[in-house]
Each structure stands twice: as structure tokens, then as C-alpha cells.
Design a protein around this ligand. Structure first.
Ligand SMILES: [Zn+2]
Ligand SMILES: [Zn+2]
Length: 239
């Protein structure tokens, strides 16, 4: 790993250029799998079928009916996640989000590509970060992911349709109700969407509160239908 004393920009450049070793196990990696070896990618566990037709939650975890998506707006039709947010997948998300490893995005997008709608006319829209946070990080991880997914799935991406109007405090420790209140009104749309079919892209699905708020904003701005796809999904609490 580069020394912490190197300027951030130089570290970022090195991360872009160096082939390196698997970030998880230190084993060999090739050009097709630049940051995580195939064995470690194999530990990114796909969500099992069958799933709630709407929110994608595996039905084995649902007692009766699905409460996750019961209150979703009509226009938010379907959300899917590729893998569980277990330790192995969390390492990949962390690499993308906090460690500047943008090159991990195509590996994640490869797992997400089968989940995007096959019908034409859809546009990928990443969940935006607040401008100040994006400046600090240097990029929006969902935007990088959406770009990689656009390439993998052959779909257009519109990184500017949705904007963050304000930053929201980190949602990790909040209850589902508090998350909804925290995120309410956090997005705006740049221009009328005139019936556009949107697929929202984000790195992690936790409670769905962020995706719902983004979907409501898009639908109010004229989107005809909204779906969502994330790389990982947090396992629901037991009980
Ligand atoms: Zn590995
Ligand atoms: Zn559901």
C-alpha cells in the first residue's frame, strides 16, 4: 500500500495505475479481475430466490406479506440487489466508497447487470451525494457504479437528472422511521422528465428509504416509472 504521507492525488493516481494484489486476500489478480480475485468475488453471495416481486427481499425472511415495500409509491415498481452486504461484499463497497478504488466498479456492475430491465428506453440515474461531500471524496460512488453498469448493460446514464438539495446525516444508526424523516426533501430534479423510465443505481440497499425518496422526487417531476438496482443489500435484523 502507498505510504500515508503521499498526497491524496498521487495515491489516487497510483491506485488507478497499479495492478496490485487482491484487496481481500492478497492473492494474484489479472486484468479481468483487477482488485478482487475470482475466489474472493465468489464470496459475494447472491440473494436467494424467491423474492418479493417488488422490493426483492428474499421471501424466506418475510413472515407474511412484505412490509418493506407496502408503503412504496405506485410508480416505484421494482428494486433488486445483487448480493448480501456480508463481510466480503462490504470490503468491495468500502473500497469503492472510502478507499478511492474506483476500478472496483466494473466488478460490482458485472453482478448487477443481469438485474436491470431488459426492455429498452430506460435511463440509469445514480443516487447523488451532496456537492460538498462529493468534492471531499472526489467522486460519487453511485455515479461511478452507474457509469460502469451503463457500459455493462448497454444503457444510457443520466448523472445530472437527480440532485441532492442538502446533505443528510449518516443513516447507519437510524430506525426506518427516522431514516425516512432524515431523507425527506433531500432531492430535486433538474428538468421535467416527461414520462422517462428511470432505474436508480446505488451501492447499498438498507431500508430502501433513500431509493423511495429519490423515486418520489423523480415521479413528481414527471418520470413515468422508476425501478432501482443496488450492488448489495443489508441483511434485515433478526426477529
Ligand atoms: Zn482474493
Ligand atoms: Zn417487498
Amino acid at each position: 500500500m502507498p505510504s500515508a504521507s503521499l498526497p491524496e492525488a498521487l495515491r489516487a493516481a497510483e491506485r488507478w495505475l497499479l495492478p496490485g494484489a487482491c484487496l481481500a486476500c492478497g492473492g494474484g489478480v489479472g486484468p479481468a479481475d483487477p482488485l478482487f480475485c475470482p475466489a474472493c468475488q465468489g464470496r459475494w453471495r447472491a440473494l436467494p430466490e424467491p423474492q418479493c416481486g417488488r422490493c426483492g427481499q428474499p421471501t424466506a425472511l418475510l413472515a407474511s406479506g412484505c412490509r418493506i415495500c407496502a408503503a412504496w409509491p405506485d410508480g416505484l415498481g421494482r428494486a433488486r440487489s445483487a448480493v448480501w452486504l456480508d463481510d466480503a461484499a462490504r470490503q468491495a463497497v468500502h473500497a469503492l466508497k472510502y478507499d478511492g478504488w474506483r476500478r472496483v466498479a466494473p466488478l460490482l456492475a458485472r453482478r448487477m447487470a443481469p438485474l436491470v430491465p431488459k426492455h429498452g428506453g430506460v435511463t440509469l440515474v445514480p443516487i447523488p451525494l451532496a456537492a460538498a461531500r462529493e468534492r471531499r471524496r472526489g467522486y460519487n460512488q453511485a455515479g461511478v457504479l452507474a457509469g460502469a453498469l451503463a457500459e455493462a448493460a448497454g444503457l444510457p446514464v443520466a448523472p445530472d437528472w437527480l440532485r441532492r438539495t442538502r446533505d443528510t446525516r449518516t443513516q447507519t444508526a437510524l430506525t426506518p422511521e427516522a431514516r425516512r424523516a432524515n431523507i425527506a426533501g433531500a432531492f430535486s430534479v433538474a428538468a421535467p422528465l416527461r414520462g422517462a423510465r428511470v432505474v436508480l443505481v446505488d451501492d447499498v440497499f438498507t431500508t430502501g428509504a433513500t431509493l423511495v425518496e429519490a423515486a418520489v422526487t423523480l415521479l413528481e417531476a414527471g418520470a413515468g416509472a422508476v425501478e432501482a438496482v443496488t450492488f448489495a443489500r443489508a441483511r434485515p435484523p433478526l426477529g
